[in-house]
Structure formats: structure tokens, C-alpha cells
Ligand binder design. Structure first.
Ligand code: FES
Ligand SMILES: [Fe+2]
Length: 431
């Protein structure tokens, strides 16, 4: 099996493509024991919306493991192995109880941490329940999402406190909503997540190809730059709009979170750090399916106007349109899930200058995998439970007249972008 397809140097050369290279397993496979899977398991990740947990348990699949998630009648959330440790009945048919969940088949009762509370029907002097646990993972709720940690118990980190999710009530910002905020992409995690560091697609897919999905100013081709941050990386997409320079920074926060600055920006006035409108996690269900979880931030003004744009109903994100419409006006869903049959084959790619963000993204993931393999905490994992983790996604617009020539102006844009990004990273704006 070839690892790289030949570089075609002739017209009508498709015949040269005989074998299809395999995926890069280290970066694509998420099951237990895989390099990426073990890395991702070191971080807390969303596994459900709080609103999904009602009176019956919810069957799910996270990183190739079949699980059940539920809220018991004491209002505690649990995430545990789907198949009962007695004889394997699925706990999706279990009874949510005052304390934990009871298997429907023979009534064994499991607490949210896997403690076996009861084994009715067993002899009264049976000690099995005192010696055995059902497989469970720590789970907690935050901002309408259920998060879980699926790594080694002795490496359990505190839940991270991101600034955008921690501070409510700052004037002009800090309302949030997660209603309905999840949608599935039937493809591998990597190609979903690396889209977040691919700024050029915003100008093509979202503006030139599909008509202005955002403001028309997004159609101006940006100057691109990238920077690593204490938590991952950002890209800066910088555009000249008349007398204004608009720097748009997007965050990628290791290992699976990104934040997006408002897509309503038209660069018609100068302003500093306009905070993100979207926080989004990508969680692999298995090698071929990825669940995006979205949390939407509103400004006070939007909230008061009742201008609710639900987190998911953004054009082209989910599979919610007829095929012929998707062909004529494709969106992110179509571009991402259609890459190489849903599993990106890097040996078929031809990475170019505009892929610097994607290349850096892949390197950061490889660095994290290597750290875990060395027995270390991966970069981006924060052990201090009180630390507010600063994030950097924003729109900034400054009034700076154009330089004398186009080339000099491009140079000027790149310089301003660096100044803006370095300034925010070294001294984040007050919360
Ligand atoms: S299979 Fe669950 S209690 Fe027997
Ligand atoms: Fe996009």
C-alpha cells in the first residue's frame, strides 16, 4: 500500500493514481490505546447537552466506546459503559434511580462512579458488589453541557476554566446559550477540527463560492499569519477595508476547542477586542463520526433585542438541506465531510502556502501525542483548578490609511496583525 500518491506531471494523468494511500492512523484513530485516542482522553470533553438528560438514559458513543449517559434523580450526571457488568444488557434500557442507574435485566444498581449499590437476587452474604465496580467515567455539567474525562484515573485534571465561559455579566457581552447546540458530521475528527485553522476557506467557500454567507467584507482576500499561544494557536486574517485594517483572530485551543469572532463584522468603525460569538468543541464519536458542540455568546444588545440565532442554525453547518441545494451552495458541512470519503488521506493532498495553519495544527496534535507517550501532561492541559484560561478570538479594527503601494500595504497589514496578536497574547484584555 502506497503512503503517497504520485505527483501528476502530465495532463490526463489519472491513470497514474492506482492505489489510494491509507489515512494517517496516528492522527485519525481515536479508539482506546491509539496514539490520538490516548491523547484526547487526557482532556475533559462534552459528551451530551444537559437538556438531553431527561427521565431515560441516553445511549452514546465517544471515541469508539459505547456508553450511557444519564442524570439520576438526585440530579447527578453519570457516564458509564453501556453494557451491564453482570451479563451485558444495555443500560440504555436501565431505570434512572434516586442514586445512579438500575439495569433492567436483573436489577443491579450502579452509582454514578460505578459503585455497585445493590445486586438483588444474589444471596444476602454475597460480597461481589463490594469487590467489583461497573466501568464509569467522571462527568460534570457546565453551561448546559455535560463534560467527561475518559483518561487514566490518576491523571484526572480539573475542569478547565476558559475566560469566555467563566465570566458572566461583563457589560456588552457574556450571555450564552447552548440550546440545540450539537450536530454530527459523518467523518473523521481531524478534518473537522483542522478546518478551524484554515482561514482561506472563509473567503472562498463562505463568500466567493456560496455568495456572502457573512458580510461582504469577508470576500476581501486576507493577509494570513499564524501564532502559537499558551493554549494552542491563533490565525490572523487581516483585511484592508478603505481606511480601516481589520484583524480577525480565531483561536484553536488544544485539543478540540475553537472560538470564532463575530461574523457580522463589516469593519466600518475602529474598535478593539470584540469577543467571540461562538465556542465550539469537536468530539469524535468514533473514527468516522464527529459531534460538534456549540455554545453561542450574545452581546447584551442582541440578547435584549431577542435576536436569537441558535447555535447550530448557521447556514451550511449541519446536514439540514437537500442535496441539490448543497451542491449549488455548499457549506462547511459539505466541504469537510466530503474530504476523501470521510477520512482524510494525507498522501493524496498537495499542501500549499495557505495550509500553514493546518500544518501547524497537525504538528501541535503530534506534539501532544508525543508528550503523552513520554508520560508527561500534554501542552494545553492546566492543572491549576483556579486558573482562568485566557482565550484570544476577536475582531479588531484600527484606522490606518493605506500605504503607498499594494505590496507595502500588505506588509503593513501583516505588521499590524502581529502587533495586535502579540499584544493580546502578552497582555490579554481585562475580563
Ligand atoms: S445483565 Fe444487568 S443486572 Fe443482569
Ligand atoms: Fe467555515
Amino acid at each position: 500500500m502506497t503512503t503517497r500518491a504520485p505527483f501528476l506531471r502530465q495532463a490526463y494523468g489519472a491513470y497514474q493514481h492506482r492505489d489510494i494511500p491509507e489515512e494517517d492512523a496516528d492522527l485519525a484513530h481515536v479508539g482506546p490505546g491509539t496514539p490520538l485516542g490516548e491523547y484526547l482522553r487526557r482532556f475533559w470533553q462534552p459528551v451530551a447537552l444537559s437538556s438531553e438528560l431527561k427521565d431515560v438514559p441516553v445511549k452514546t458513543r465517544i471515541m469508539g466506546e459505547d456508553l450511557v449517559v444519564f442524570r439520576d434523580k438526585s440530579n447527578r450526571v453519570g457516564l458509564m459503559e453501556l453494557h451491564c457488568c453482570h451479563r451485558g444488557t444495555s443500560l440504555e434500557f436501565g431505570l434512572v434511580s434516586e442514586k445512579g442507574i438500575r439495569c433492567c435485566y436483573h436489577g443491579w444498581l450502579f452509582d454514578v462512579d460505578g459503585t455497585i449499590l445493590e445486586t438483588p437476587g444474589e444471596p444476602a452474604d454475597s460480597t461481589l458488589k463490594d469487590r467489583l465496580f461497573h466501568g464509569a467515567y467522571p462527568a460534570r455539567e457546565h453551561k448546559g453541557l455535560v463534560f467527561a474525562y475518559m483518561g487514566p484515573p490518576d491523571k484526572l485534571p480539573p475542569m478547565p476554566k476558559y475566560d469566555t465561559l467563566t465570566v458572566d455579566g461583563e457589560p456588552g457581552y457574556r450571555k450564552w446559550d447552548v440550546e440545540g447546540g450539537k450536530f454530527l458530521l459523518p467523518c473523521n475528527w481531524l478534518q473537522v477540527k483542522e478546518n478551524s485553522m484554515d482561514p482561506i476557506h472563509t473567503a472562498f467557500l463562505h463568500t466567493i463560492i456560496s455568495g456572502a454567507q457573512f458580510t461582504k467584507q469577508f470576500g476581501v482576500l486576507p493577509e494570513l499569519d499564524y501564532m502559537e499561544t499558551p493554549t494552542g494557536m491563533v490565525y490572523m486574517a487581516t483585511r484592508r477595508i478603505g481606511n480601516y485594517v481589520w484583524v480577525r483572530m480565531k483561536d484553536f485551543i488544544l485539543p478540540s476547542l475553537h472560538q470564532v469572532a463575530p461574523d457580522t463584522e463589516d469593519a466600518s468603525r475602529a474598535h478593539e477586542f470584540a469577543r467571540p460569538w461562538l465556542t465550539q468543541w469537536g468530539v469524535p464519536l468514533d473514527d468516522h463520526n464527529t459531534m460538534n458542540y456549540r455554545l453561542r455568546h450574545y452581546t447584551d444588545e442582541e440578547w435584549e433585542r431577542g435576536e436569537k440565532r441558535p447555535p447550530v442554525q448557521t447556514f451550511g453547518q449541519a446536514c439540514d438541506r437537500p442535496y441539490d441545494e448543497r451542491q449549488r451552495v455548499p457549506g462547511d458541512y459539505d466541504a469537510q465531510m466530503s474530504i476523501h470519503w470521510g477520512m482524510s488521506r494525507h498522501g493524496l493532498e498537495h499542501l500549499a502556502e495557505t495550509d500553514r495553519g493546518v500544518i501547524t495544527f497537525r504538528r501541535l496534535i503530534r506534539d501532544g501525542i508525543a508528550a503523552v507517550q513520554r508520560g508527561e501532561d500534554p501542552p494545553g492541559l492546566v492543572r491549576d483548578p483556579d486558573k482562568i484560561i485566557r482565550t484570544y478570538a476577536n475582531n479588531t479594527v484600527r484606522e490606518v490609511p493605506p500605504a503607498a503601494t499594494e505590496e507595502e500595504d500588505r506588509e503593513l497589514l501583516r505588521r499590524i496583525a502581529r502587533e495586535v496578536a502579540e499584544g493580546y497574547v502578552s497582555e490579554p484584555p481585562p475580563l
